[in-house]
Design a binder for this molecule. Structure first.
Ligand code: EPZ
Length: 449
């Protein structure tokens, strides 16, 4: 990273679209913390929404820029709070990456900050990264990241809430992940690009975001094969160079709007998306009776379907995505019959269920299973957002509910959805954001997940 990268970082020019993101939007000003959405239900979503770039592809791509001292230009970056947090993290390390440290203050607001560990270690030979700490949807340890880096020759100590890692130069190795991990695969793939020799990683994640990261790294000069399969091979190189890369569309944002359109009985087109990344969701919705037409870069949901319940089990890609589970639960409350939702990825990802019940849904949670009996009319209520995707599920339910629903703590949704209320308003939703002036002393709570 060179000095002009600082300018680029502060005011990134994203090819094809210029975004000037004011720097201090990372830390939510106290007022914004208490932003709420007020949603009046009952309006079908009609029209077209342009899908943004994928948060979960942009975050590792920004970390990958640490692997080179040349500029990396990323296009189609979503203007969401997690991106601003990552930006602050990169800048806090300085243009020349003077201090390869990811501070607790930033990491506690976003777990994906741990994605800088592999790149920093590979490029700088040392890294100090705060332990991410707890999360609303599960324990989410990063032991597999650490084990993998140790297999590449790193020595790692964990003390005072930080991971201290060092290695003269990482060396290629054989890694078999105990469990499929998305950011674990990404972190180790980045680290291995500058390691001495060949690395073979098995039981890797196959998510489109992993494939997109491999595409960027390859443009930077990395030698990677097998991304998108369970086995990835990386031939280490001495140096990587700059590149320009367009981030893939956000499949979870697209899936969220599809379900909102289905439940409001709308007629919605989604552009700038990639339906091939949503195979499991589209198939499941068709099983529920949904009319959905897809082309290579757009989708259209039309109304006039009678929804029938269908069970889902969340799995790693290409299975049903856990990041669509909450939104699917909102759909199941409006489908005829009983749907059993099994959450296999995270141990505590049903926080939205109780809020949906407060709106009139019939849901019983038993450990990792939720039994949803539909169809039950939803009515407006004051509900609380708890994490990113749970919030999306409550927005969808409010768009269907009778009356005006008030969603509290929508800062959770700002983390991963770019101007969602404007996009929804643009296709006929009655939604507005209200802020509450908080007395100055209110401390910024740490944001989970
Ligand atoms: C990524 O998180 C996504 N985040 C998550 O999206 C997504 O829910 C998740 O993958 C699963 O698809 C980003 O890409 C930034 P994992 P990640 O490591 O990589 C366990 C959203 O809503 N595990 O694949 O952190 C872990 O606890 C977010 O946008 C270990 O035990 O998830 C979980 O049970 C939420 N040790 C399972 O593996 C490890 O070292 C899968 O987690 C790592 C993971």
């Amino acid at each position: 990273m060179t000095p002009d990268r600082v300018d680029e970082l502060k005011n990134p020019v994203v090819r094809g679209r210029t975004i000037r993101i004011n720097f201090n939007r990372t830390h939510i000003s106290p007022e914004r913390l208490m932003d709420k959405f007020v949603i009046r239900g009952g309006n079908p979503l009609v029209g077209s929404i342009r899908v943004s770039g994928a948060k979960n592809a942009a975050l590792p791509a920004m970390a990958a820029a640490l692997l080179t001292d040349e500029p990396v230009i990323l296009e189609n970056i979503p203007d969401v709070r997690d991106i601003q947090t990552e930006r602050n993290l990169l800048v806090s390390m300085g243009a020349e990456v003077e201090n390869p440290e990811a501070a607790y203050e930033l990491v506690k607001t976003m777990r994906a900050s741990t994605l800088v560990l592999g790149p920093l270690l590979a490029r700088m030979g040392r890294a100090r990264v705060s332990q991410p700490g707890g999360c609303a949807i599960g324990a989410r340890p990063i032991d597999l990241h650490i084990k993998g880096l140790e297999r590449l020759g790193a020595s790692i100590r964990q003390e005072h809430g930080y991971i201290e890692a060092s290695a003269d130069r990482l060396r290629g190795g054989h890694i078999i992940f105990d469990k499929i991990t998305v950011t674990g695969t990404e972190d180790l793939m980045m680290a291995a690009t500058l390691a001495q020799g060949e690395t073979i990683m098995e039981n890797c994640a196959r998510e489109p975001e992993v494939v997109d990261l491999a595409a960027l790294l390859t443009k930077m000069g990395a030698k990677i094969t097998g991304a998108g399969t369970h086995t990835i091979q990386i031939q280490g190189v001495d140096k990587l160079h700059g590149a320009r890369h367009r981030i893939i569309p956000d499949r979870i944002e697209a899936g969220t709007f599809v379900i909102a359109a289905v439940l409001t009985g709308g007629d919605l087109s989604l552009t700038n998306c990639d339906p091939s990344h949503l195979g499991a969701l589209i198939q499941k919705l068709q099983e529920c009776g949904v009319n959905i037409r897809a082309s290579t870069d757009s989708m259209r949901v039309t109304n006039g379907h009678r929804l029938v319940a269908a069970d889902i089990v969340t799995e790693e890609y290409p299975g049903f995505p856990t990041d669509m589970q909450a939104q699917y639960m909102a759909l199941a409350t409006q489908a005829e019959g009983t749907a059993i939702i099994t959450e296999n990825i995270f141990e505590n990802r049903f926080m939205h269920a109780q809020e949906l019940v407060r709106m009139g849904a019939n849901i019983r949670v038993e450990g990792r299973r939720a039994i949803v009996r539909g169809r039950t009319p939803l009515s407006s209520a004051a509900v609380q957002c708890s994490d990113l995707r749970a919030s999306a599920s409550l927005v969808i339910a409010a768009l269907v509910a009778d009356g005006e629903t008030i969603l509290d703590r929508v800062y959770h949704i700002d983390r991963g959805y770019e101007r969602i209320e404007e996009k929804l308003k643009g296709v006929g939703a009655q939604i507005r954001r209200i802020g509450e002036i908080l007395p100055k002393r209110a401390a910024a709570p740490s944001v989970v997940a």
